[in-house]
Design a protein around this ligand. Structure first.
Ligand code: ZN
Length: 163
């Protein structure tokens, strides 16, 4: 990877860190999920308003390192207006991209592409994954008809739901 690309990725990540997207509260939190990444101390809280199977609006608040905040901000920017299936597929793509597994990156990945730079720092991968794991677990519990709160920890590397 050229250092120019590294610089570009760093700029994008810092931009999201300085002015995170998705700060506005949602009108109705159909999905509510909290995530923690104990290895770094990142904490995140996420709410989604659903419109049938579309994620109509999303609110994320994240306290943590630049990578976790930037990743949460990119998530908020990208998933709005997408369907459940689209978001699940996207989360899977991001996971594979971060873990360096072969995957086809869609053209409309936008700023999320910058998270590729995180691969060089394995301890930071959990930071970048936090928002995505938290969202996916929240979506699963919504699908299973559990309203209420989901809490996720990335301690085991994949995230688990505590009920
Ligand atoms: Zn972190």
């Amino acid at each position: 990877m050229s250092s120019n690309l590294d610089d570009m990725y760093r700029e994008i990540i810092l931009d999201h860190f300085r002015s995170p997207r998705g700060k506005k509260e949602v009108d109705r939190a159909d999905i509510s999920s909290d995530g923690q990444n104990p290895s770094c101390g990142d904490e995140l809280s996420l709410q989604v308003e659903m419109d049938h199977d579309v994620l109509k609006d999303v609110h994320v608040s994240c306290r943590g390192c630049a990578i976790s905040v930037a990743s949460a901000s990119m998530l908020a920017e990208t998933i709005k207006g997408k369907s459940f299936e689209e978001v699940k597929a996207l989360a899977e793509t991001v996971k594979k991209m971060l873990k360096g597994e072969p995957t086809e990156l869609p053209d409309d990945l936008g700023d999320i592409e910058a998270l590729q730079g995180v691969r060089q720092f394995p301890v930071r991968i959990k930071c970048a994954l936090l928002a995505w794991v938290t969202l996916v677990e929240g979506m699963k519990s919504y699908e299973n008809g559990h309203a209420g709160h989901t809490t996720v920890s990335t301690e085991d590397g994949n995230g688990k739901t505590e009920k």
